[in-house]
Each structure stands twice: as structure tokens, then as C-alpha cells.
Design a protein around this ligand. Structure first.
Ligand code: IPD
Ligand code: CA
Ligand code: CA
Length: 258
């Protein structure tokens, strides 16, 4: 059964999801403002976040809010982390691979979270000790253990985010696995690792709102998360390596060879 906090997150995400769907249908009319190369903020991001905040503040008026579009709203030791649209570039281009991400964090630990793709009606949720779910289906990571059978997700850097070794990382993973996917939503990439669709995922230069729910989804589905070099992950880390756990050390070694 979904815990109360997940019910409230669901209510907030489904209400905001209606705004997202409407704007997705009218994508041509949206005013697009460019923050930096490839990184857009649309009216939709702002409207969706405003709607989520309205619902959540009614139920949790004293919490701290850490949001992508409105920054930090200081409150008590309980925090809610929000990414109103993860996959904004997909959204702008009419690709229906986007997610609303909401997570709860207490004492620097993510304890509950949701990712909702309103266009495909996929509602992922997880709570510590309660497993990971998509709609009514319990999620489990894949069981593959040979890297050569594994499909690995990543996020490619662009513009100012380009870093020195990314091409060598890709080269190494392409040579040793069944291939790479770049879907454009780090949150959903992690949900796909939890669902056993992707066997692993890595990306650098992310924010807490991209990673929040996804990290718990992977752990609660039996997978493993860490920094790319295999060290423990914590909420201050801006990078992630996630996997079905069988291939974690192999993946980490390949990505740390460079
Ligand atoms: C982005 C997506 C993308 C990842 C970027 C993120 P946004 O989030 O998660 O997959 O590669 O690094 O910034 O901007 O669409 O919320
Ligand atoms: Ca994001
Ligand atoms: Ca976003």
C-alpha cells in the first residue's frame, strides 16, 4: 500500500501533470527562453512547479523546499526536492519522455519519492523499505551479469558541460557492452535501471533534483548506486553510477580506467 506521503506526491504530480500534458500538446506556442546552450526553461517548467508547490505547501507548510526553478524555500528539517520537468529538451522537441520528480529527504537521506510521466501515464514510486513500483507493478533490477549482454544508459554532456574524458568513457563502454542509450531524463534513466530495462547508468554533472527519487528507486529494486569511481554516494554528489549490482564493479572499473 502506498504510504500517505506518496499519496500526497501523487496528488500533486497528477494535478501538475495535466498542465504538462496541455502544454505538450501546444508546444509550438510555448515561449522558450534559453538559459545556456541546450538548457531551456519553459513557461511549462514554471507553471508545473508552481502547481506542485501549491499542493504540497497545503499539506506540508513548514517543510523546506529545494526546487529547480524557485530555488530553496527554507523551512524545517524535512525537505522536499522538486524537478518539475526532467527532460525539458525532450519536452521542447515533442518527445514524450519526461518526468515530474518529487522526493522527500530527512537528515540528508532520500526516504520517499515519485517520478511521473503524465504523457505515458507511468507513475513510479518508492519508499524506504517498501520497494519500488510503477503503477501497480513491483520493480526489480535485471539479472544480467555479463557486461557484453548489458544495455547501459548515460547522459551526454553538451556546451559548457563537456568534460575531458567523456569520449573515452563512451568508447570503453561501447567496446564492452551491448550498447548505450541516451534518453534525456536522468530521473527516468534511473527508473529504467530499477525496472530492469537498463542494466546500468552513469552520468556526471547532475543536480540533486535529477537524482533524488531515482537513487532510491534503484536501491529499493535491488540495485546499487555509487559515485562513478565506486565510492559511496550521498546527496552532495553531482554524479551517479547505478546498476543491477551484478555489473557494478565492472562498470566502475571501465569508467575509472581513464
Ligand atoms: C536534464 C536531464 C538530462 C540530463 C541533464 C539534466 P532537465 O534535466 O535529466 O537527461 O542529461 O544533465 O540536466 O534540465 O531536463 O531537468
Ligand atoms: Ca532534471
Ligand atoms: Ca527540469
Amino acid at each position: 500500500m502506498q504510504p500517505a506521503v506518496i499519496n500526497i506526491f501523487e496528488k500533486a504530480a497528477k494535478k501538475a501533470g495535466r498542465i504538462l500534458i496541455r502544454d505538450f500538446g501546444e508546444i509550438e506556442n510555448l515561449q522558450i527562453e534559453s538559459k545556456s546552450v541546450g538548457d531551456f526553461v519553459t513557461n511549462a517548467d514554471l507553471k508545473v512547479e508552481k502547481s506542485i508547490l501549491e499542493t504540497l505547501k497545503y499539506f506540508y507548510p513548514n517543510y523546506t523546499y529545494i526546487t529547480e526553478e524557485s530555488g530553496i524555500i527554507k523551512g524545517d528539517e524535512n525537505a522536499i526536492v522538486i524537478d518539475p520537468i526532467d527532460g525539458t529538451s525532450n519536452f521542447i522537441h515533442g518527445i514524450p519522455h519526461v518526468g515530474i520528480i518529487i522526493a522527500k529527504m530527512t537528515n540528508n537521506e532520500i526516504t520517499d519519492g515519485i517520478i511521473y510521466n503524465p504523457i505515458l501515464n507511468e507513475f513510479f514510486w518508492t519508499s524506504k523499505g517498501k520497494g519500488s513500483w510503477c503503477n501497480d507493478r513491483r520493480l526489480r533490477v535485471s539479472n544480467r551479469s555479463n557486461l557484453s549482454d548489458c544495455l547501459i544508459g548515460t547522459g551526454l554532456p553538451f556546451g559548457e558541460r563537456i568534460y575531458k574524458n567523456y569520449l573515452s568513457e563512451i568508447d570503453e563502454i561501447l567496446k564492452t557492452t551491448a550498447g548505450i542509450r541516451r534518453f534525456g531524463s536522468a530521473g527516468l534513466d534511473l527508473a529504467y535501471v530499477a525496472a530492469g530495462k537498463l542494466d546500468g547508468f552513469w552520468e556526471a554533472d547532475l543536480n540533486l533534483w535529477d537524482l533524488s527519487t531515482g537513487t532510491l528507486l534503484v536501491k529499493e529494486a535491488g540495485g546499487r548506486i555509487s559515485k562513478i569511481n565506486g565510492e559511496d554516494w550521498n546527496i552532495d554528489c553531482r554524479e551517479i553510477l547505478a546498476s543491477n549490482s551484478n555489473i557494478h564493479i565492472d562498470l566502475s572499473e571501465k569508467l575509472s580506467l581513464l
